[in-house]
Design a protein around this ligand. Structure first.
Ligand code: PSV
Ligand code: MN
Length: 388
């Protein structure tokens, strides 16, 4: 069995992956949203479910919220609820994509009233952050156009800068703005923040506490995502990851499910760039469990990240650097592939047990009875989903 060195063990022990509250609500496609027994009815129940993931894995100590999906009357009470369950509230995600006014844009809109409304929504999110103790405000914009000529792309960039500047100025010294990019959808011709370059240009114009969010599902097929990871770390602007898997578009499937090798390569660059367990870089999931069980889906996801992190930590960096210096192409590639092909699962199971965690977190969750209890208890009320 592969053994995990003390250095690898301490790196793994410090790993933390933030869970998205929306992963615990119902989700689906534009064709159908399938309800699931036991789905939370409110943010308090979502947090209780997220705490189960942390309980069985020790990997997920915080939960990202989405406003207004997770709007509550008392954020202090939500914070205390989380802390009572052994977790904390993390990133606050704004939402300017589900309001009638935003049909043609929000932070880029040419109508000052609508743009002010979108800026005000972000101010309200910052108020939430003050109450929850969150550090990061994550902004993803569903803005763009469907047809050439529909909009003036350049003035939209100028208005975007102005809107972001106003939001950024409202943040306290300990808070950050994180701007997420996505190459298409819901706009199909042009998107206002389509790529890491645009996100970088926009955040660099704001200040040191503005960063880029890299969602692994937001790139065209074939994109070398680990190159982008390297570059943003090199520039000191990689603020966070939204991890998930894609086969076609923004599929939001379980991270590591579609392409574990890509996840490994990304984590190799994370380690190379000093970002593993670096508090400046937040590791989050951004996923939806449309047909699979949600809590086990999240457990599988964080375990996938842990497994690929362990493999990436096994890369013999010294030997790799020597092979690269001597242009030994096959040896260099072989060193990386040796680490990728190492089965670390038995070693991770034993290591988990040595720390008082279940060797098999999925089996432990199944045996805990939690799923049966929420299915029995959560009867009546409206199940949470997009818009709830
Ligand atoms: C957009 O596709 C996105 O990745 C953003 O992070 C949103 O906040 C999230 O999905 C939830 O829909
Ligand atoms: Mn995302």
């Amino acid at each position: 069995m592969t053994t995990l060195s003390p250095d690898v063990q301490s790196a793994l022990a410090a790993q933390a992956i933030e869970l998205p509250s929306w992963a615990f609500g119902n989700s689906g496609t534009r064709f159908r949203v399938f309800p699931t027994a036991g789905t939370p009815r409110d943010p308090f129940e979502k947090i209780a479910d997220a705490a189960q993931v942390h309980r069985h894995t020790g990997l997920a100590p915080s939960i990202a919220l989405h406003i207004p999906w997770d709007r509550v009357a008392d954020y202090g009470a939500l914070r205390r609820h989380a802390e009572d369950l052994g977790v904390t509230l993390g990133t606050i995600n704004s939402n300017t994509f589900q309001d009638e006014d935003y049909k043609f844009g929000a932070l880029t809109h040419h109508d000052d009233r609508i743009r002010q409304k979108a800026v005000d929504h972000h101010f309200a999110c910052i108020d939430v952050m003050d109450a929850t103790g969150s550090r990061d405000l994550k902004i993803w914009l569903a803005e763009g156009s469907n047809y050439p000529g529909q909009n003036d792309m350049r003035s939209r960039q100028d208005r975007l800068h102005d809107s972001l500047r106003r939001i950024y100025e409202r943040l306290s010294d300990r808070q950050r703005l994180v701007l997420e990019y996505k190459f298409f959808e819901p706009a199909f011709y042009h998107t206002d923040v389509p790529d890491w370059g645009t996100s970088y240009v926009q955040v660099a114009a704001l200040g040191d506490r503005a960063m880029v969010c890299l969602d692994t599902g937001h790139h065209a097929p074939g994109t070398n995502i680990e190159f982008i990871v390297m570059q943003l770390l090199r520039l000191g602007r990689l603020g966070s990851f939204d991890f998930n898997s894609r086969f076609y578009a923004d599929d939001d499937l379980i991270v590591g499910a579609a392409d574990p090798f890509q996840l490994f390569r990304i984590l190799v660059e994370v380690i190379r760039g000093g970002a593993l367990n670096n508090p400046e870089v937040a590791f989050m999931l951004d996923q939806c469990h449309n047909i699979e069980a949600k809590i086990p889906g999240q457990i599988r996801s964080v375990l996938n990240v842990q497994e690929m992190t362990a493999r990436a930590l096994l890369v013999d960096r010294e030997a790799l650097a020597a092979a690269q210096r001597s242009n030994d192409v096959l040896t260099a590639n072989g060193i990386l592939m040796d680490a990728f092909h190492t089965d670390v699962r038995p070693a991770l199971a034993a290591w988990r047990e040595s720390r008082g965690l279940p060797a098999d977190p999925l089996a432990a969750y199944a045996a805990s009875g939690y799923q049966q209890s929420i299915e029995a208890d959560r009867v009546g009320g409206a199940q949470a989903g997009w818009g709830a």
